[in-house]
Each structure stands twice: as structure tokens, then as C-alpha cells.
Design a protein around this ligand. Structure first.
Ligand code: 13P
Ligand code: SF4
Length: 383
């Protein structure tokens, strides 16, 4: 992903000069522009976001906001790709720093996924027939090619907010279906376990081993095959941290993101997406105390907001659990990109807009199918 070096002048702007530039650009672009901000963005970015949300809400907004010509996505690459897939034709999606990727999304490559599918279909122990087909489900934290794979093979996308709804949808229609869940083993395991699937009916597919490192007898009794992938931020949380927090304060409430490992999620009082974490703490009793197992920019914001309500919030870990790629989106890059946008609108035929996210047409239709099926299932659930 090519990221042009940030021009020198943007490196030396003061905070107030950056603020001024972004504000002016937003005023000039008016309704032609929307800025989306994921909950893990720093406050200095969130202040400019027209909409903030978890991955689910931001995909819903990208699908709904068909009038804005430009969508600037302050988040990571896979989120901006989803926005491009879901946006209306002609809308332009931009990412302020093209190096803002996601290490978890990079853990499932399309060639590895195709290899896994061939293995599962050909291996008699996999027992994949028309009666118990395998259905791929990909976490939204995946490349467009993986979403397209799901769309091509009757699969569905999911986020941490609706993973259970998607599994339910699949198993209600065919209790024999075997789900191949990619790329976060923890979200898949935590969700399936909550639904009553025993650990011995889950397998872990290692993409680096020719046979996925799953013994044939285990493959034969699996209801779900989990891809061996994880989030480097959420794997920092441990059950010992929860024990320590409870020793310090037996009344403390522990809430974690379902990307944390099984032992952490089992030990916590609550788990849920970034939006669930925010809603739960916003609705907490004044005087209550919370430790939170998720990315530090969100925890810092909650700590500051909740202090006014006398709700104490701190991170589960003493070490800063920062998503470094989310953090690459900074006000200087946002100011630069919006200035480029201002040049572009003056001469769209002559000026090349940098940092545009364009999912190839060959992937778009299939990826859209996987994302739209997810949004339809979620919308039907809310009704
Ligand atoms: P949410 O879907 O909860 O916003 O999480 C996205 C993510 O990347 C968490 O690491
Ligand atoms: Fe990816 Fe983890 Fe960062 Fe979320 S927190 S964007 S899963 S690396």
C-alpha cells in the first residue's frame, strides 16, 4: 500500500494550525464530505468525525450515506475497503494513511483460504457433503478478497456485534453446517461457546501446516473450524490481570472485547464489541468501577467521560494496549488529505487524488453479497 511521504510543511504545523486547516476544509466541502471515525481513533481525530461507531455501525453508515461524494475513513484499511464496497457508485472513499492496516486481517490470505477449502472438500474426514456443507464466515477484519471468497461460497461476513446472529442464522437453516470462521480464532471460539458448542467440537486450522494441523478424527466431529489468527492488541490481556483487579477491588466490573482469548472472556463479567463496551459503561451505576480489556484510546476516552458521572474506568492492563495502525491516522495526515481533496475538486480532470481506496470490480460483487447478507440479517434481528 503506497503512502506518499507527508509533505514537510504538515510535519511542522502547530496543533491549532492543523485544527484550522481541517475545519476550513470541512466547511468548504460541506455536505460533499463525511468523516467516519472508529472508536479506537484518538480524541484529536474523533473531534472531526461526523459519525463515530464500531465496525458494524460504520459499515451501516457507509451503506446509507449515499449523498456524500467523499467518505474519509479514519480507521484501518479493511474498514475503508468495506465502505468502498458498500458505498454508492461514484462515491470516493479515502484513508488518511494507507499504512493503517490490521495485523489480524493480514493473517488470512486468499491463497491460504482457497487451499483450506480444497483440503476440507477433498478430505473424507472433513465429511463435507451437500447435507453438511461448510459455510465460510469472515470477520469484517479481513481483506476484500476474503469477503469475496465468502460471497462466492454462500458465506457471510460478520462483526463482533453480530457474530452470534450470523452463526444462529446459519445453524438455524442447517444444523449440520460446518462453519469455517476466519481470521480471528478467539471471536469464533468465544461466540460458538456462548451458543453451547463444546470446545471438542471446534478445530483450529493452522494455515502454515499442509493439513491445517487438525487430526482427521477431530475434523470429522467439528461444528466450527477456526482460523489461527488473532489481534496483537487483545492478546495482551490475561486472566491474571482480572484476578489482580478483583483482589484490589472485589466490586469491580470487568468488560472485555471478544477478540480477547477464551480464558479472559470466560473470566470477565461482560464481553462485547466496542459499541457494547461503551453502552454498558454509559449505562452503569454512578459509583461503580470498571476495568476494560480493549484498545487504550477508547479506554482513555471512557475514563475521562465517565469521571463526571463518578464511574471509575481503567484499562485491564498496566501496559498501554495501543493499536498502532489505528494510531497512524493523525490530524496532520487528515489535514493533508483534505487539502488534497480541495485541490482535486477544483480540477478533477487534472489532479490525481491520493489515498483512494478502490476494491477491484472483480471482487466487489461477491464481497458485497457477503456484507449485504450480514446487514440484512442484522436489520431483520432489530425489527
Ligand atoms: P468493533 O467491531 O468492536 O468495532 O472492533 C473492531 C476491531 O478491530 C476490534 O479490534
Ligand atoms: Fe486489527 Fe487488533 Fe487493531 Fe482491531 S485492534 S484493528 S483487530 S490490530
Amino acid at each position: 500500500m503506497y503512502q506518499p511521504p507527508l509533505p514537510e510543511k504538515y510535519r511542522h504545523l502547530s496543533e491549532s494550525e492543523v485544527f484550522e486547516r481541517i475545519t476550513q476544509a470541512r466547511d468548504t466541502l460541506g455536505r460533499r464530505l463525511i468523516i467516519l471515525g472508529h472508536h479506537y481513533q484518538r480524541d484529536a481525530i474523533i473531534q472531526f468525525a461526523d459519525f463515530t461507531g464500531d465496525s458494524l455501525k460504520l459499515s451501516q453508515i457507509a451503506a446509507e450515506q449515499s449523498q456524500a461524494e467523499f467518505i474519509v475513513f479514519c480507521g484501518v484499511h479493511f474498514m475503508a475497503e468495506s465502505a468502498d464496497i458498500l458505498s454508492a457508485p461514484g462515491q470516493i472513499v479515502l484513508l488518511p494513511d494507507m499504512t493503517a492496516g490490521c495485523s489480524m486481517a493480514d493473517m488470512a490470505e486468499i491463497d491460504q483460504v482457497e487451499k483450506c477449502r480444497r483440503y476440507l472438500q477433498q478430505n473424507p474426514a472433513g465429511n463435507m457433503t451437500d447435507i453438511n456443507p461448510f459455510i465460510p464466515v469472515c470477520y469484517v477484519n479481513s481483506a476484500a478478497a476474503i469477503k469475496a471468497f465468502c460471497g462466492r461460497h454462500n458465506g457471510i461476513c460478520c462483526t463482533s456485534s453480530n457474530c452470534r446472529d450470523i452463526f444462529e442464522y446459519i445453524w438455524n437453516r442447517n444444523p449440520e453446517a460446518v462453519i469455517l470462521f476466519m481470521p480471528d480464532e478467539h471471536l469464533g471460539r468465544n461466540t460458538a461457546y456462548d451458543m453451547g458448542i463444546k470446545l471438542q467440537h471446534m478445530s483450529l486450522w493452522d494455515p502454515d501446516a499442509p493439513d491445517g494441523n487438525i487430526p482427521p478424527d477431530q475434523l470429522g466431529q467439528s461444528r466450527i473450524i477456526l482460523w489461527k489468527g488473532f489481534c496483537s492488541v487483545h492478546q495482551e490481556f490475561t486472566p491474571e490481570q482480572i484476578h489482580r483487579a478483583r483482589e484490589e477491588n472485589p466490586e469491580v466490573n470487568v468488560i472485555v472485547h471478544p477478540e480477547c482469548c477464551f480464558e479472559v472472556v470466560r473470566e470477565a463479567d461482560y464481553s462485547g464489541s466496542t459499541a457494547t463496551i461503551i453502552n454498558t459503561i454509559h449505562n452503569a451505576e454512578p459509583g461503580s468501577s470498571w476495568v476494560v480489556g480493549t484498545e487504550m484510546n477508547l479506554v482513555k476516552r471512557l475514563t475521562a467521560e465517565m469521571a463526571q458521572k463518578n464511574i471509575r474506568v481503567r484499562s485491564l492492563s498496566d501496559c498501554p494496549c495501543l493499536c498502532e495502525t489505528m494510531y497512524r491516522i493523525d490530524p496532520a495526515h487528515l489535514a493533508w488529505l483534505l487539502d488534497e481533496l480541495l485541490l482535486y475538486i477544483k480540477a478533477p480532470d487534472r489532479v490525481k487524488l491520493p489515498n483512494r481506496i478502490t476494491v477491484p470490480e472483480t471482487l466487489k460483487q461477491d464481497a458485497l453479497k457477503a456484507l449485504e447478507t450480514m446487514l440484512d440479517i442484522t436489520a431483520a434481528k432489530v425489527k
